[in-house]
Design a protein. Sequence first.
Length: 281
Amino acid sequence: MDTSTSQSKPYSRGTLLKLCGFDLIAAASSSTLVSPFIAVVDRAIIENMNGKRSLGQGLVYGARSVLTRPHKFIASPQFQLVLGLYFSTYATANIVDTTTEYYGVDPKNTSIIKFIATTTANMGLCIYKDRSFTRMFGTIAAHPFPKLSYLLFALRDSLTVAASFNAPSFVSAWFQERPSLLSDYWKSNPDKVTAAAQLACPSLIQFISTPLHLLALDLYNRPTATVPQRATLVRAEYLKSALARIGRIGPAFGIGGIGNTMVRNHRSFIWKRQQTPTTVV
């Protein structure tokens, strides 16, 4: 039996598969937790942009649907599209982390691999979800989505993924390497610094990505609008939409990310069992 491969790895392939299974459980629990809120906010923003409902009315309508008809809401394409999107994104990020850990990939390279993998998974599904939402909740007859809208959605998603899965670890490490910038509480609780970064990074990036999102929607809703007309609409809707997206992204990648990390932190019992001596009869 060749043991050189197993000796160079932190655990066996069987354990790797179990850890990947645990990664899927973490992704499922986190995405199920945050998807209802995200689905409501996404629909409200789209209906606000096409004039169907104001943002406030859309949020109230969506919340009422979740609370009064939860079984119908869970069975709806609105919820299932969002659930599938975030499950796939978290699952991809988790499995990349576990696999690169198994093969001993340098952490710097891991960040690049994770960015590419999660962006690929997130971008395609998120664009599909946004296109579906825009058509499902639109006020005009469905028509082909503009190519520029796809490009704007792709740029928006790249920024969000980088701010959600890559930036927090760098920001957390940057602050922890500069203790003079931290109070005694933060110095003694490095996990809190990481959690704060996981909430702050994806939230702050919304001030940059929101105009891209609004412009992409307007290109579909008003194909013949002029550049000044689009600029006026984006400017008018920017602040409240940015705040709504921050409220949305907080659960999506902030709270969801923290929950995902907390669940994954309990996976150590799997590889610890491998280290327990067993008797072969």
